[in-house]
Design a protein around this ligand. Structure first.
Ligand SMILES: Nc1ncnc2c1ncn2[C@@H]1O[C@H](COP(=O)(O)OP(=O)(O)OP(=O)(O)O)[C@@H](O)[C@H]1O
Length: 340
């Protein structure tokens, strides 16, 4: 995996919004790489900056958002494009083509008035991937690929005639139709029940293996992370606080926030109470001195209020932003299982 080609390289991504209360840096100096065939999960509680990260990379935020930094995508043809600097006309060609997307609620992304087969074909036509007849034939192949039986019948249906799980499969078919280099999946299974969720995760993992794309998987659910991710980026207050391969992170989380997230995952057969993280994510205005997690952290000391912790490299290439990284020990290592 580690020798595979880097297809997305994000450096210093910072996204801010001007609000009546001041400037909010929803994402601050975020950096990571994504390799071909790799899944990187971005995790954290609501409000930590996951969605702003994905919308910044896709450049789908409202005009008042200010996005800084670099995000280099390697195209199928081998060109390197900075997604944050491309003129909008070129970005529109990249979106849905080199860069696929799936969101939490397919009903808001699918057109309720168009048959699903036509919606899948349209993505290919818009990007000039092939002609109409070929796009329609390929739409049926894609429906089959994502596990929808009787694709000839289903292709003529409208979104409301399908179940939630089936609509999400259609969204995946649309996202895969142009064979993207990178797929951004923002909470794609959150609205589904656990059985369907497991099916969709298995499907995404399988298709990723076949297509070879890199996947940025945004979720707040550590159980889902264990099933799908090769590496995990943990975000808090808009910042990366820990980055490690999934096995290392689950076995030996070093940041108190990651330890708290893992401690709040139910563990079969263990009984006992779930331990939550006290307090909640606060909106960060301006440039606070010190650690953004300080008000919720059991290890907080004077240095945490006075000095910003930097992202430091620990053994096994684990990146951690904490003055006391690992000092609470891997207090709550959670079990790790994979769907595939
Ligand atoms: N348009 C906006 N104007 C001002 N602040 C915003 C705007 N959009 C997002 N934010 C702020 O950015 C921060 C990060 O939000 P974001 O939606 O990325 O969180 P998230 O981790 O994806 O949460 P969720 O899982 O609930 O979607 C939050 O503090 C939010 O209030």
């Amino acid at each position: 995996m580690h020798s595979a080609q880097v297809i997305l390289e994000v450096k210093g991504l910072t996204t801010s919004f001007q609000t009546p209360g001041g400037s909010v840096k929803a994402v601050k100096d975020l950096g990571f790489t994504l390799r071909r065939g790799e899944t990187l999960a971005i995790v954290g509680e609501s409000g930590c900056g996951k969605s702003v990260t994905s919308f910044s990379l896709m450049r789908l935020l409202a005009a008042q958002a200010r996005i800084e930094g670099e995000a280099w995508l390697t195209t199928r043809e081998g060109a390197r494009l900075d997604l944050l600097a491309l003129p909008e006309r070129e970005m529109a060609q990249v979106r849905g083509n080199q860069l696929g997307m799936i969101f939490q609620e397919p009903m808001t992304s699918l057109n309720p008035l168009q048959q699903v087969g036509d919606q899948i074909a349209e993505a290919m036509l818009v990007h000039g991937i092939c002609g109409k007849a070929q796009a329609q034939a390929r739409a049926l192949d894609l429906l089959r690929l994502v596990g929808i039986s009787a694709p000839e019948v289903r292709a003529r249906q409208y979104p409301h005639q399908m179940s939630g799980g089936m609509r999400q499969r259609v969204m995946i078919a649309i996202a895969l139709s142009c064979k993207p280099q990178v797929l951004i999946a923002d909470e794609p299974t959150t609205a589904l029940d656990v059985t369907i969720q497991a099916q969709i995760l298995r499907l995404m993992r399988k298709l990723q293996g076949e297509v070879g794309m890199g996947m940025l998987f945004i979720t707040h659910d550590m159980g889902v992370v264990a099933q799908i991710a090769d590496r995990v980026a943990v975000m808090y207050g808009g910042q990366l606080v820990e980055l490690a391969d999934t096995r290392t992170l689950f076995r030996r989380p070093l940041h108190p926030y990651t330890q708290g997230l893992l401690a709040s995952v139910p563990r079969p057969g263990q009984g006992g109470r779930l331990v939550g993280i006290p307090g909640q994510v606060e909106t960060v205005y301006g440039e606070p001195v010190g650690c953004r997690f300080v008000n919720r952290c059991a290890l907080a000391a004077d240095v945490c209020r006075a000095e910003r912790p930097v992202l430091a490299v620990h053994p096994e290439q684990q990146l951690v932003r904490c003055h006391f990284a690992g000092q609470a020990g891997a207090a709550h290592p959670a079990p790790m299982t994979r769907a595939t």
